[in-house]
Each structure stands twice: as C-alpha cells, then as structure tokens.
Design a protein around this ligand. Structure first.
Ligand code: CP
Length: 299
C-alpha cells in the first residue's frame, strides 16, 4: 500500500511541474481542512494538492468556529456534512481525533489524518519515504537515524512504521533518555543516546524538533546543552556516510537541533520534502476518493 501511494505520487509529481498544474480528478468534490493546531507545511500542501486535483477547498479557522461557542466537534462536522462536503483533513493535538471523526461521520465522507497528538502523521512519513526513494533508490540496504525528541513525535512513529514496513536494513533512534519512549525497542529500532555513535555510517539522518508544546514537565537542562549533545553540526555529520542525506519534517529550529550550515547545506533535502508533500497528498486524496491518476486532461 505504501508503494502504491509512492508510485501514484510519482505520476502527480509530473503534474506539479506543468505550467497548468491541474487535473480534473476531484472536480465537483469539496475538501474541508480542519486544523485545530498550528501548521504551515501540512495545511498549505493539502490545500494546494486539493486545488491541483480541481476540488473545492474550505479552510476552517477552528479558533473562529462555533466550537468556541460550546458546539461539539461532531455537531460542527454535521454541518459540513449537511453542506455535502466529501473529505475532512484533520489535524488535532489529541491522539486519535481523526479516527474518532472517521467513526462518527457518514460512511461516504473520507477522513485523512494530518497529524494527531504524538500518535501519527502518516502523510508526512509517506512524503519522507518518497524523498528517500527518489534519492537512494531501494530501501532494503539503508540505515536510517531519527534524532531528537522521539517521545513526543508523531512523525517518528509514522516514519518507523513506514521504514520497517518497507524493509530498511536498520532504523536507529537517537536522543536523551528523557525523550525516548520506554518501549521504543518493540518497534524494531536500535536505541542510541550518543549522537556520533548513532550516526556512524548511516545513509539517512532525520532530525526532529523539540516538541515543547507536548511536554508536561521540564525534560531537558536547556537548549544550549541539548544543542551541544544532539544538535546536528557539519562536524557531527561526518560520522554518517559521505553521501548521507539530511531530512527534517519542519518547522526547523536553527541552533537547537540543527546548525544552519547543515540545514542549508548540500546534503539537506528539507525543502524537497516540502515539494514532495504536494504530490503525496494528491495521491492520498485521489486514492481515498477512488480516483486513479488519469493525467491526460488538464483543467
Ligand atoms: N511537518 C509538519 O507537519 O509541519 P507543519 O506543522 O508546518 O504542518
């Protein structure tokens, strides 16, 4: 299934390079972006993806919606159902929200998880796999290191799931003990607490932000100490393979988890990840609504 999404996204990547970046696959359909939590990349690339599939798009400002007047989430969503909307794209700070919505809305409505709490961020992981495959080719020989705040990261959980499903040689997670889930080894990863040891000979380095909004206590001595131990600098990156690629889902915090010379350097693919997010989200939306990529006709 992941490979089907990646292959479909390859077709759409061609569309995003055209002068007229549109195909009619979702013409007449309405997509509702329901973002209860801040987002730059995911919200806008879902919106662009929907528009490039010719769907109508509603971006709901949840802070300005009737949920602030006591209306329940499900009652608010019932109104979008009454407007014959077809798809909800959901980001929420509570794990399980997209699944909860999917269980309660009418069966013809598609629900896509755009990130829920510390649980999952499936389309981020898929765009990351798309980026890795484009640059490295096969997955099976690769050693991949995910560095930073693993405990609070929905991105790390989805990436680990995707990487192990795709059969990579090794997934390493690197970070301080306070930011490492106790049961993480059960996911099939190797755990490191020393950055240079964990980076040795890896092909892919994925850096993560400290997700302070999900920390309910002070888990670190300070950002400077964190940067000294776990910040990715040019010197520390030398432990990885000479052609190792550097990824980050964003938002990046320069001087906290990554040095500018690395974030902006020749091995960084951070902005390519953002570009690929559009093709992946076009693939997920069209596949979810049962529209295959017949890309011959531009609208
Ligand atoms: N990667 C990611 O989810 O970024 P946003 O929070 O900006 O959507």
């Amino acid at each position: 299934m992941i490979i089907d999404v990646l292959d479909t996204a390859e077709s759409f990547a061609g569309v995003t390079r055209r002068t007229v970046k549109k195909v009619p696959l979702l013409r007449g359909r309405t997509v509702v972006n329901l973002f209860f939590e801040a987002s730059t990349r995911t919200r806008t690339t879902f919106e662009l993806a929907a528009k490039r599939l010719s769907a109508d798009v509603l971006n709901i400002q949840m802070a300005a919606s009737a949920t602030t007047k006591g209306e329940t989430l499900l009652d608010t969503l019932a109104n979008f159902e009454a407007m014959q909307c077809d798809m909800f794209v959901v980001r929420h700070n509570r794990s399980g929200t997209a699944h909860f919505i999917a269980r309660h809305v009418a069966p013809h409505i598609s629900v896509i998880n755009a990130g829920d709490g510390s649980h999952a961020h499936p389309t981020q992981a898929m765009l990351d796999m798309f980026t890795i495959r484009r640059i490295k080719g096969d997955f099976y020989p690769l050693s991949v290191a995910i560095v930073g705040d693993i405990a609070h990261s929905r991105v790390a959980r989805s990436q680990i799931h995707a990487l192990t499903t795709l059969g990579v040689n090794e997934v390493r997670v690197i970070g301080p003990k306070t930011l490492m889930p106790k049961d993480i080894k059960a996911l099939g990863v190797h755990v490191y607490h020393n950055l240079e040891a964990g980076l040795r000979n890896v092909d892919v380095v994925i850096m993560l932000r400290l997700q302070r909004e999900r920390m309910d206590s002070e888990l670190l001595p300070g950002e400077l100490e964190y940067y000294q131990q776990y910040g990715l600098t040019k010197e520390k990156l030398e432990a990885a393979k000479a052609d190792a690629m550097v990824m980050h889902p964003g938002p990046i915090n320069r001087g906290v988890e990554i040095e500018s010379a690395v974030a902006d350097g020749p091995r960084s693919v951070i902005l390519q990840q953002v570009t690929h997010g559009i093709a992946i989200r076009m693939a997920v939306m069209s596949m979810t609504m049962g529209s295959g990529p017949n890309l011959g006709t531009e609208t």
